[in-house]
Design a protein around this ligand. Structure first.
Ligand code: FES
Length: 624
């Protein structure tokens, strides 16, 4: 065994010799960014180790600068510890946590006027006379008859689990024969001492591949009483769904490990929400969960391997309603309900259904295009009551991955760029120096460079000389184009202005990566329009969903030919529609039934089968 100290924090762990540094960190609450899932490809999981690792392999040497190697920096996912060591975690990892905490302020104005909530969770308070020799009815008989009086239905068939039945005698006698019964439809799901009718809660979750948002609701007032967002802890297995599916395939208990990661985080969020709202989380009786099909499968530990390979078959697309006890280690009371929304296909999930619920798609007469940009762009087109959907495999560029200085929208990420005639202005998350660029910043930057003709419509970044010859060229932009190792790159932020003293560049390769992502989305939209037999001008409204949608500059998406060239007033960011949809699913059985109907009515289009897909994709690679 060896002793490993982790700084900051001076936390000490005793671990077997030859432990992987990343595995050691997984035992703590330190969450390194591991976009490639620990495969040693992305080079993002840098830590400093003391004593220095002397025999770094060629792969690590390739991904690290000489200066970093000199300082003892290495990749946590590729470094095995062979002696007592101290691991130094970069400052910004700690600050990411603070950033996620700050993001907790999620807008809580969720419900529209036309939404009628109604919960099936009911609480009944009963007050019994203590038994005596004249009344020797069983405890349950007396509870039941009082309940029937209360509900005014003598033929009501109750279902009471034995575990709850077993609690009745003590609970009655310890509480002066006054208890509250919690019912879900005809089932008694809990009994509580005294009168707890006012305390009745539910929780809704939107589990994204990157972020989990949780909402705590009072089920008697239907008001949201606390919200919280945090990083999906599964990202240690990779930033994208496919890396996580690979992990579950390659490791015997991988699926259960992924499930536990989720459940542990949901528990943490539930406890934190309850503390914020000052309630007892044991009085949360229903949870609704939406997410992409893989996330929903991970939650139930359902095998995911067939989602990743053609013909892409999930285990289930129906909604699931089970009890909390079916999720090992879940902190809600055993008989609390857990609902996951229906999926449409292997890549269109409950979160897209929740998007559609949020905008009441079944009531819409307009032609609506809804786009949720991400590693998998989900696209929905509603035309005259018909709903078409497809999933565009955009790759992780929109989330800042596979981009040289790309990163998630975390502390230190440039999330917005404005190109001016005389300078570039940018905004950094956390109001700090920049460390990298996230998806929204990347879109702004590339759009700016296309507008200023530094990037040609085919995606080629001009050389400095070529650009200077352009009549409208700007001197400051020309000076930022650098040629290195036969590749052109554009200097976004000089090393003097960054957190880590490393310059932030946009390379030609990054632009190509971005083109692939945007072509996938553009092709998906075009194909749906063709199938619905309408053209761009017939679109009445374009809705941009997802937290990404909030910070996107719609004009730039149009400039880059990501979304159709509609007038800007037709484009609207709707933020976390999936989160609001999850709340509506929590609050109404009618909406849960509607979700199933929408699923059945939605026509899923497999883009790879579309005859002209390749042609359309190639056409959409261009920025015009
Ligand atoms: Fe370590 Fe990608 S290189 S996570």
């Amino acid at each position: 065994m060896i002793k490993v100290t982790i700084n900051p924090g001076q936390k000490t762990l005793i671990v077997p010799i030859n432990s992987l540094a990343l595995d050691v960190l997984k035992k703590t609450d330190i969450v390194l960014v591991t976009p490639c899932g620990g495969k040693g490809i992305c080079g993002k999981c840098k830590i400093r180790v003391f004593p220095k690792i002397l025999d770094l392999d060629d792969n690590q040497k390739e991904l690290l600068t000489e200066e970093e190697i000199e300082k003892g920096v290495c990749l946590a996912c590729q470094t095995y510890l062979t002696q007592d060591s101290t691991l130094f975690i970069p400052d910004d990892v700690e600050k990411n946590k603070a950033y996620f905490a700050a993001k907790n302020k999620v807008n809580s104005n969720y419900l529209t006027d036309d939404f009628q909530p109604s919960t099936q969770i009911k609480k009944v308070f009963i007050k019994l006379m203590p038994p005596d020799l004249q009344d020797q009815r069983s405890d349950w008989s007396r509870v039941k008859s009082e309940l029937e009086n209360n509900i005014k239905d003598n033929n009501f068939k109750y279902d009471i689990p034995i575990s709850i039945l077993a609690k009745i005698p003590v609970l009655l006698r310890d509480n002066n024969f006054q208890i509250t019964l919690v019912l879900y439809e005809n089932k008694i799901i809990a009994i509580e001492p005294g009168d707890t009718r006012k305390n009745i809660y539910g929780v809704a979750f939107d589990i994204g591949t990157t972020t989990i948002a949780g909402y705590l609701l009072n089920l008697s007032t239907f008001k949201t009483i606390a919200t919280e967002a945090s990083a999906n802890p599964q990202h240690v297995y990779g930033d994208d769904v496919i890396s996580r599916i690979d992990f579950s395939k390659q490791n015997k208990a991988g699926l259960q490990e992924l499930q536990q990661k989720l459940i542990t985080e949901l528990n943490r969020i539930i406890i934190s929400l309850s503390k914020k709202a000052g309630i007892d989380y044991q009085q949360i009786y229903l949870a609704s969960v939406v997410g992409n099909p893989s996330m929903q499968h991970f939650l139930w530990a359902l095998p995911v391997e067939n989602i990743a390979v053609s013909p892409y078959i999930p285990v289930i697309t129906d909604s699931i309603y089970k009890e909390a006890r079916d999720l090992p280690g879940f902190c809600l009371i055993p008989h609390a309900g857990v609902y996951t929304a229906p999926n449409v296909s292997a890549y269109i999930g409950g979160d897209t259904i929740a998007d559609m619920i949020d905008i009441s798609i079944w009531q819409k007469k307009d032609n609506i295009l809804l786009v949720d940009l991400g590693t998998n762009g989900e696209i929905v087109l509603s035309v005259a009551g018909k709903i078409y959907t497809c999933s565009a495999a955009a790759g992780p560029a929109f989330e800042g991955a596979r981009i040289s200085h790309g990163m998630r929208a975390d502390y230190g990420a440039i999330d917005s760029v404005r190109m001016r005639d005389e300078k570039i202005e940018y905004r950094v998350i956390g109001k700090t120096k920049a460390k990298g660029i996230c998806g929204s910043g990347l879109i702004d930057l590339i759009a700016g460079l296309v507008n200023y003709k530094v990037i040609k419509p085919d995606g080629r970044l001009l050389t400095s000389e070529e650009y200077k010859n352009n009549k409208i060229s700007k001197k400051y932009l020309a000076e930022k184009i650098i040629e290195e190792k036969n590749e052109n790159k554009f200097l976004v932020v000089d090393k003097k202005e960054t957190i880590n003293g490393i310059s932030i560049f946009l390379t030609q390769k990054d632009i190509r990566e971005f083109q692939l992502a945007k072509a996938a989305i553009g092709a998906g939209i075009k194909i749906l329009l063709e199938l619905a037999n309408i053209n761009e001008n017939d679109i009445d409204i374009v809705l941009l969903a997802g937290s990404f949608g909030n910070v996107l500059d719609a004009k730039n998406l149009v400039t880059l030919n990501v979304i159709p060239k509609v007038t800007l007033c037709k484009i609207k960011s709707i933020g976390n529609a999936a989160g609001r949809g999850a709340i509506k699913l929590l609050l109404s059985e009618k909406i849960r039934n509607l979700a199933q109907e929408i699923r059945e009515k939605t026509k899923y289009i497999e883009l790879s089968c579309y005859e002209n897909f390749q042609e359309i994709f190639t056409e959409k690679l261009f920025f015009n």
